[in-house]
Design a protein around this ligand. Sequence first.
Ligand code: ZN
Ligand code: ZN
Length: 414
Amino acid sequence: MEKSRLDEFHEVYRDLHRHPELSFQEHRTAGIVADRLTALGYTVTTGVGQTGVVGVLDRGAGATVMLRADMDALPVLEATGLPYASTVTATNANGLEVPVMHACGHDVHTTALLGAAEELAGDPSWVGKLILVFQPSEEIGKGAIAMIEDGLISRFGTPDVVLGQHVAPLPAGVIGLREGAAFAASDGLRITLHGRGGHGSRPETTVDTVVLAASVVMRLQTIVSREVAGTETAVVTVGMLRAGDAANIIPDSAVLELSIRTFDPDVRTRVLDAVTRIVNGEAETAGAPRKPEIEFIHSFPSVVNDAPAGDRVSAEFARVLPQVRVVDPGVVTGSEDVGMLAEAAGAPCVYWLLGGADPAKFAQAKTIDDLTKVVASLPSNHSPKFAPVIEPTLEIGINALATAARTWLAPAAH
Ligand code: ZN
Ligand code: ZN
């Protein structure tokens, strides 16, 4: 991309960074995306899955490629000190006024996909069909499913591959591509335990939900240690436990919230089944008058990168982007809902990490160990100080998406 065009995308990035929007509130961002894609000749549909935007460029016979970027920001008070830092607040789903920041870099993803949209629209050398997906609400795990349920695949076409990227505190110039299970599945559960409340002095008349909750918490910790093989990975965290209001009142109910991370679908099923069994079993043991309620707060499947498709992308990155180094970053315990798009389409997924940290910070790193230490010392995604460097992050992000798409879009016959 020419420098003057690239400069314009820097402006787009700073503008999006200054104007972050919470999940399912991405109206301004969606408007900017729709206007730009329309000007480039894409067929644009807005309001897909509430605030999602889909742009299609159909050049006939050939492969169908889906490129995906997410658009939402987080309720975080920005502390980067950047001249284009956000000072925006918004009303969250609970009616509270909260600060908003692009603390996960979805502004990088959106800008890079707009750049790739321009590159590919101006490139006459390919045929096939390009489906650009600007997804809302990734942070709360509801955007991909909302677009799928709104007919993303049936209305716009079944892709042969789903491609996307996430900016990370790797050095800019490095792309992390992990084949196989790359990002963890994440399940958030809310469990409500029911007992029988009463006077703190007369426990014999009650079913004490504090004691019940305590034993549930302890027993849940045996899932990973006793039910998951030592060679498998799982995390079960009780991040919230609420019961009672006073020392002399035994409460009627208790609420727990769990975060569960797994990579293998069989392990995931096993852990979720164990949670259900333990919660119901402990309630029965306590003599609870009602069965507990177990609800999903969110659910992301793991992102599994298709190995042959991943190899094709890596090889093309190496050939076309010699300044970029592709590394295997290992598995990431973070989660992403991009995998749902590929799953819904029955298509392979290739989702890579885009280095966004200042390469100068890595000047002293000689070994992978050194590099890992520097990465760990930098503000991570969701930090109020998360601040990717604009270049070379954006130029590489634009080229990576366009290059990966061209890998599938056969050259037009002359
Ligand atoms: Zn995030
Ligand atoms: Zn993110």
